[in-house]
Write a new protein. Structure first.
Length: 204
C-alpha cells in the first residue's frame, strides 16, 4: 500500500507540473508591435519664402545610440535605469523608422518630393545635406519623451558656411500606455522636423 501511495503521489506531482507548464504557456501575453508615423500629407507645407526649384535634400548619415538599436521598446523609468519591454516591440527597426519618418515630414513640410535618404547614388549631390546624431530618444510612461539630438546642415557649395546645431525636445506623454508613448515620440520627431525647416529657411 505504501508503494502504491508513493506512486500516486509521484504521478500527482508530475501531472501538477505538466498542468502548471501548460498554464504558464497559456498566460504568456501577446507581443504588440509599434511603428512611428509621419505627419499627414494633408497638413500642408510650411515653405513660405522658400525657393525650392531644382533643390534636393539629403537626410543622413544618422547615428543612433546602441541601446536603442534593438527590437524592444526602451523606456527610462528613472535616471540611470532603462527598461526593455519584451512584449512591446518595434515592427521594423527603430532607427530606420526615425530616418524615414523624418524624411517624410521634411518632404511634407517643404512641399517637395526631392528628399532622399542616405546612402544615395554616387552621381547624386544633394543641394543640402542633414547629418544627424541622436544622443537620446526614450521616455517614461505617463510622463514625457526626450529627444536629444545634434545635427549639421551642409550645402553642396563648399564656400557656404555649415550650420551646426543641437536640440533637446521634451514631449508630454498623455497616457500610461505604449500607444501614448509612441504618439509622444511622433510629436517629438515632428518638432525636430520643424526645427530643421526653420534653419533651412534662414539659409535657402
Amino acid at each position: 500500500m505504501r508503494c502504491l501511495a508513493g506512486k500516486f503521489t509521484r504521478y500527482a506531482i508530475v501531472i501538477t507540473m505538466i498542468l502548471m507548464a501548460f498554464g504558464c504557456k497559456g498566460s504568456t501575453p501577446p507581443i504588440n508591435f509599434y511603428t512611428l508615423t509621419p505627419i499627414p500629407v494633408t497638413q500642408g507645407p510650411d515653405n513660405e519664402g522658400l525657393v525650392l526649384k531644382d533643390i534636393q535634400i539629403g537626410i543622413g548619415p544618422v547615428a543612433f545610440p546602441k541601446v536603442l538599436e534593438r527590437p524592444q521598446i526602451v523606456t527610462r523609468p528613472a535616471p540611470g535605469r532603462l527598461n526593455m519591454a519584451e512584449f512591446r516591440r518595434w515592427g521594423g527597426y527603430f532607427k530606420d523608422d526615425f530616418i524615414l519618418v523624418l524624411a517624410s515630414n521634411i518632404s511634407t513640410l517643404l512641399g517637395t518630393d526631392q528628399v532622399v535618404v542616405f546612402p544615395w547614388p554616387g552621381s547624386l549631390n544633394p543641394s543640402y545635406q542633414i547629418e544627424i546624431e541622436v544622443y537620446r530618444f526614450d521616455g517614461k510612461l505617463g510622463d514625457s519623451v526626450v529627444l536629444n539630438v545634434g545635427w549639421i546642415l551642409k550645402t553642396s557649395d563648399p564656400a557656404q558656411a555649415v550650420s551646426l546645431k543641437r536640440a533637446t525636445i521634451v514631449q508630454t506623454v498623455t497616457g500610461d500606455d505604449y500607444d501614448a508613448l509612441i504618439a509622444a515620440k511622433n510629436g517629438a520627431l515632428e518638432k525636430f522636423s520643424r526645427i530643421i525647416i526653420d534653419e533651412m529657411k534662414s539659409i535657402i
